[in-house]
Unconditional design. Sequence first.
Length: 314
Amino acid sequence: MADSFRVGDALITRIPELRWDDTDPAVLYPDLDAAALRDHGPSLSAGSYNRATGRLAQGTHSWLVRHAGLTILVDTATGNGKSLPAAPKLHDLRTPYLDHLRAVGVAPEQVDLVLISHIHADHVGWNTSWRDGAWVPTFPNARHLYSAIEARYGASNDGLAPAPDLPPAALGPPDHPPLPLVYRDSMQPVIAAGLGQAIVVDGSEVAEGLSFHPTPGHSIDHASIRLRSRGEEAWFMGDVLHHPLQVYRPDLRSGYCEFIAPAERSRRWLLAQAADSGGLCFSTHFAETSAGHVRRRDGGFTWQFAPSIEDAQR
Ligand SMILES: [Zn+2]
């Protein structure tokens, strides 16, 4: 059963792809110290932290947003058949993601907009599907919005078009580059089909109530996407956070963050925005409903999952 939420006039539904419950916290967070789970483990719910095994639960999915007459996907998870041997959990998947989308009444042809927080394998994969020997757009009538800088960096890393000005010096040196082939397999076919729209991530409105806000660090020009509707607010956090533990310990970088110091600054900025606005936060990799609220406590932050509309009916 899907998990749906109302924010103002918007109906927001999680389109699941993967779930797993065996993340080693020391792999996800390379700088993990013993105090992190000792102090904050009791604040984590059993659906996110298995005290018996010491492992963390995570997943991948998209957020379907139906708002102002538009059918919108925020990030497109990993996709089927993508070659990602460096990320075994994501490599060469066969998931019924598109069936989950159809089950809530949306055919791929009906998607109007795809909003991309950043160009990483598990956020752009369903942009394309393998058909007749080529990657072709999965959502043939959708405009795909993404950071122009992310796209130039991706094209450069995949050897398609050099971008000697990237990354900008202000971000510091990258800890590592993004996974190869992601731009080539999941972005270039969409752009070649005329379905791409590169944007400047500057907080301006890209569709009614929707805006991309700079939260660089996890990736070169990572965006957090805000929705405002009827005085209510939602934040699609992308990969600013990977697990609720990081709400309590925003100093912890994930092993997947490319620019470590900016990633922490962005994490603290978004947590403050979310806490002070009271907006509903939609994560990409949290388990359970994957949505919840950030609140301030004792100079830091806490996380509480929000029940979905379906939870209330169960
Ligand atoms: Zn991710």
